[in-house]
Design a protein around this ligand. Structure first.
Ligand SMILES: [Cu+2]
Length: 125
């Protein structure tokens, strides 16, 4: 073993490392494009307003996988509680929102636990 052989070994190592680094950079650039494509197929979120002690619209039909967002526009707290105990919000103050994603088809009635005469329904197709 002489000095010349050791030097040529370290030159080979440097070339291999440079190739690996170039490969890693090329791979990270390809990833974000794939991520954007898959998110475009999700259904759009649906908003339900709570105004004047009413859920509007009262009955809403959505596709499976939809996220429903309830927003309280009243000066009085309201809740969004599933009759079948599927979901339950905390007391929502003015401007507060609660959201739930409906993944399975079916009818999901709900009400406000503070004012039980306030009712609504989500129909998932
Ligand atoms: Cu209420």
């Amino acid at each position: 073993m002489n000095r010349a052989m050791r030097r040529s070994n370290s030159a080979v190592v440097a070339v291999v490392l440079a190739a690996l680094a170039a490969f890693a950079v090329a791979n990270t650039k390809a990833l974000p494009a794939r991520a954007t494509q898959s998110t475009q197929r999700e259904p759009k979120p649906i908003e339900i307003r709570i105004d004047n002690f009413t859920f509007a619209p009262q009955i809403t039909t959505v596709a499976a996988g939809t996220i429903v967002v309830w927003t309280n526009g009243d000066d009085i707290p309201h809740t969004v509680v599933s009759t079948d105990k599927m979901f339950k919000s905390k007391a929502l103050d003015t401007g507060d929102a609660f959201s739930f994603q409906f993944t399975k088809p079916g009818k999901y009635p709900y009400y406000c636990s503070i004012h039980p005469e306030m009712t609504g329904e989500i129909d998932v197709k």
